[in-house]
Design a protein around this ligand. Sequence first.
Ligand code: NAI
Length: 326
Amino acid sequence: MKIAFYGTKSYDRLWFEPLSKEYGYRIFFIENLLDEDTVDLAKDCDAVCVFVNDQVTKPIIDKLHEMRVKAILLRSAGYNHVDIKAAKGKLHVLRVPSYSPEAVAEFAVASLLSVNRRLHRAYVRTREFNMKLDGLIGTDMCGKTAGVIGTGRIGQAMIRILRGMGMEILAYDVYPNPDLDVKYAELPDLLAQSDVVTLHCPLTKETHHIINKKTISQMKKGVYLVNTSRGALVDSQALIEALKKNETFLGVALDVYEEEDGIFYEDCSEDIVKDDVLARLMSFPNVLITSHQGFFTKEALKAIALVTLENAKMLDEGMELVNEVL
Ligand code: NAI
């Protein structure tokens, strides 16, 4: 098989290069994202391999189909960046449903604790030998209530960790899991009772801007918000308005941002920032922004490479495509 691998970073090669040799597949590593300018690079390839910021739209899918590409191999669990309807009957879309839910949950807890105890500010201060504590005061998490939205693989890993910290859990999911020993609540009740709100549902039409002006107004005063799922779950403008009022949020940790494509995963430090919303979010002392790195552990990267190439193999050998997005 020949695979055009878009959005390549150095860490992708670490696992994909040796593994692809074992599988006997040829991978063409391309640094650019898949778009209308780069789609032609997949000429003569059996599949393209993409990550979360490649926007696989209908025109791209039609072009790939025209070029006889057979499949889109996603190096991710989420598939909101692919027009699945347009791909139906033309290209197989194969994903990595689970690689390390713990990696994302551990990161979500790390960013919650960092923003709570202001570690992001303390790190910078102590390097300048400013050892004062003013402005770094946090809150005990033990005994507080965490509202977990989405109780799938990552949500459940999150619940396990937060319980270990002595937190009470309230959960909300459109499909409550009867096997899970957790108290489910309706979304407004969860928002009204939680000291921490953490998002672990996929981005769909229903969850787009699930955190908006109205739902923010239903939250407790002095809440922490954590989003390691998808940027568009949060209405950034509504979040900024609430942060400016400085009543609702003690801290906000965002690993994802609704306009992250083209910015996250890139070094833009020499550029003039054009995104005023992101720049405004960065300006709040109680907001911690990271660049979609929740998944980024050695174990997760290795699992992503393995499952992606297994998906390619199933396609190549005409086996049942168990990870096909339907
Ligand atoms: P999962 O599919 O195991 O669980 C998702 C849960 O969300 C399910 O229980 C589902 O019923 C629930 N859900 C669906 N629609 C909902 C709605 N309207 N309201 C409330 N709950 C709803 O997915 P998993 O593996 O736990 O991943 C969750 C999300 O985390 C992914 O969709 C992806 O967006 C994000 N993610 C982020 C990463 C990062 O690096 N920051 C890495 C991996 C995933």
